[in-house]
Write a protein that binds this ligand. Structure first.
Ligand SMILES: [Zn+2]
Length: 279
């Protein structure tokens, strides 16, 4: 499932479409059930065709195409969605095409999604806060300060691993990177937020930035299912740098003395080293 580094990699991959004008919106023929597109396609087309893409941004795990009308196209890849300019892995799972004109050599933005759980929404600026404003989505994990991270979570009675996944508190962290961040910070994933000391919050924040920047530099993590791609024939490479995620039963590469353990928290797998991350 794409998290902040994967979505940021997709965003960077389509940046050259910035400045282009949307000349068409099509849903390629497919026997599959359509993804959720809001508003319905006719309305969507009416509001975006002829509009220029002013900026291509990101909020947590979403890509935002801001138009010169101040509407934003919000692309949410969810489980298996991918955003490309060319060469999707196949045509069958191609869900939406934004055709572009002028600007540069870029001709289209493609949204491909194997499982079809992704969502594409056109959000007028007056509705943006109600849907995606600070009351709905926390600050992006790349921009939140250590102090703000601590203040947002320190009174929570949830386990730190579970709290890090809460997009209302912090946007962009998912199951994979939460385990990696806590491992590097030396914090046990079951530790309750309100029991964490100030220095632990500082380590979590510092390691969060290290892990996210490193993962972006490696263009994200392509897992065994191979769904996440940076291009048709290319994968991300941060999976070769994971220290705990899906490494249960293998020796810890940080301490070399314990085996990585898998537990389940809030129905999701967590991986950690019992030696490096003491309770
Ligand atoms: Zn260890």
């Amino acid at each position: 499932m794409p998290e902040l580094p994967e979505v940021e990699t997709m965003r960077r991959g389509i940046l050259s479409a910035s400045g282009a004008v949307i000349s068409g919106v099509t849903r390629p023929p497919s026997p599959l059930r359509s993804i959720l597109i809001e508003p319905e396609l006719r309305n969507f087309r009416r509001r975006v065709i002829g509009r220029r893409i002013v900026t291509i941004g990101r909020l947590g795990k979403r890509i935002l195409l801001e138009l010169d009308s101040t509407d934003r196209i919000v692309i949410e890849p969810r489980m298996t969605g991918l955003v490309f300019l060319t060469d999707p892995p196949d045509r069958k799972h191609l869900r939406l095409v934004l055709e572009l004109s002028d600007g540069n050599a870029v001709e289209q933005i493609l949204f491909w999604d194997q499982r079809g759980l992704g969502v594409v929404r056109l959000v007028p600026s007056e509705d943006f806060d109600a849907l995606l404003g600070p009351a709905k989505i926390g600050p992006d994990a790349l921009v939140v300060s250590a102090e703000e991270l601590r203040l947002r979570l320190q009174s929570s009675r949830r386990a730190i691993k579970v709290a890090l996944l809460d997009q209302k508190a912090l946007a962009g962290i998912g199951n994979l990177y939460a385990s990696e961040i806590l491992h590097r910070a030396g914090v046990h994933p079951e530790k309750l937020c309100h029991r964490l000391r100030k220095d632990a919050w500082q380590r979590i924040h510092a390691e969060m930035l290290v892990v996210l920047h490193d993962a972006i530099a490696h263009q994200g993590s392509t897992l065994r299912d191979g769904t996440y791609r940076i291009a048709r024939d290319a994968a991300g490479s941060y999976q070769f740098h994971h220290r705990v995620y899906q490494r249960h039963g293998k020796p810890c590469t940080t301490c070399g003395r314990a085996e990585i353990v898998r537990i389940v928290q809030a129905q999701r797998s967590t991986f950690y080293c019992p030696k490096c991350q003491k309770k």
